[in-house]
Write a protein that binds this ligand. Structure first.
Ligand SMILES: *Cc1c(COP(=O)(O)O)cnc(C)c1O
Length: 361
């Protein structure tokens, strides 16, 4: 027994089909596989989705796209947050960059001229209110003019990103974002001789805002089985299992772990579990975090170490070698995240490369 991360490709397929059933049949699907497929195994996930007929992939940085190409992925890949130092990777590996700022656009124009590249497929990123990357509504025309004059870019898609699609209290803001995106589109479309793909919704946008569907959806967390506590049933793809490596009996009043952060309140059986903050279990889990052993919640005690955590076994009948569930499809990564006030995205993407991946197909 040791710590493993199981990646269930059947659950991935179920989620992919479930999400597609929520949108019009003609709507394209972009699978977001950045950050190693939300901490899973980007290549295994992309290969499975390519077989299932996904239309597009997106990654955050060019290096992630290179990894997919090197693994033989042929589907188009959008690079969401490309940097000016990545133009060679982008053009050599047939990756499609977002164009999101004047600085980036001008550098891209310079580069493509030097290399004699024209009509390179790009994705025009609009900032409709998230205030992260993208052109604001009043910058769209100028950016478009620069692109057209230089003959550098073929606008494959126009897209924007929602800030609070999971929060029903922000409905007014979200509808305003959709309106702003539509206005930006109207400034560009009449000047084009082709119809670019339009896309705006992430997972919770797909569920809460059909208005944001346009003709492609960008689905990340939903493919991995989470919907930000919204009521659609998906199946978690990630399962992290470990083992009780050793059990130590500690008397009342002794300290456990580094800095003596935990003092036992009674005679305590302490279980040592072989994963720590180097594996992605943040030190914040020393307050309220737990694992499941033989169906019983066992609290994490003391400071999380680099390579192990200690848990209180007083409530469970456990022996060395027993299986430990960090999270699975019943005790989910979302529950685990909730226990310390973070989100499933962070828990999943923190799972480090040291944890062995086991693909379940
Ligand atoms: C990460 C990301 C997504 C995926 O969002 P989910 O909530 O995981 O579905 C979509 N679009 C952009 C621009 C992103 O950065």
């Amino acid at each position: 027994m040791k710590t493993v991360l199981e990646i269930n490709l059947q659950s991935l397929e179920y989620n992919f089909n479930k999400i597609k059933s929520l949108v019009k049949p003609a709507t394209k699907t972009m699978a977001v596989v950045k950050a190693n497929g939300y901490g899973s195994d980007m290549v295994a996930v992309a290969k499975k989705l390519e077989k299932l007929g996904v239309d597009y992939f997106s990654v955050a940085y060019a290096s992630e796209g290179v990894k997919l190409r090197n693994a033989g992925i042929k589907t188009p890949i959008l690079v969401l947050i490309p940097q000016t130092g990545s133009f060679d990777e982008i053009t050599n590996f047939d990756l499609e960059p977002s164009i999101y700022s004047f600085h980036f656009l001008n550098e891209f124009i310079k580069y493509t001229h030097e290399k004699n590249i024209s009509n390179y497929p790009i994705h025009f990123k609009i900032n409709s209110g998230l205030n992260r990357i993208g052109f604001k509504e009043n910058e769209v025309e100028k950016a478009f003019e620069l692109m057209s004059n230089s003959d550098t870019c073929f606008i494959k898609s126009i897209y924007s990103h929602l800030s609070a699609s999971e929060d029903v209290n922000e409905k007014e803001f979200t509808l305003q974002q959709i309106k702003s995106f539509e206005k930006s589109i109207e400034k560009i479309l009449p000047q084009l001789s082709h119809k670019p793909i339009l896309h705006m919704s992430n997972t919770s946008g797909i569920i809460n805002y059909p208005e944001s569907e346009f003709n492609m959806i960008r689905c990340g967390i939903g493919l991995y089985g989470f919907s930000n506590n919204l009521s659609i049933s998906l199946k978690p793809v990630h399962k992290v299992l470990s083992t009780v490596s050793q059990i130590i009996d500690v008397s009342k009043g002794e300290s456990v772990g580094y800095n003596r952060a935990y003092i036992t309140k009674e005679k305590t059986r302490v279980g040592i579990i072989p994963l720590g903050h180097a594996d992605g279990i943040s030190r914040s889990f020393n307050k309220g975090g737990y694992v499941i052993i033989n169906e019983i919640k066992c609290n994490i005690i003391g400071n999380i170490c680099m390579d192990v955590i200690m848990v209180n076994l007083n409530k469970v009948d456990a022996v060395e070698g027993d299986q430990v569930v960090i999270f699975d499809d019943k005790n989910t990564a979302e529950d685990f995240a909730d226990s310390v006030g973070t989100i499933s995205y962070e828990i999943l993407t923190n799972l480090s490369s040291r944890i062995e991946r086991r693909i379940i197909s």
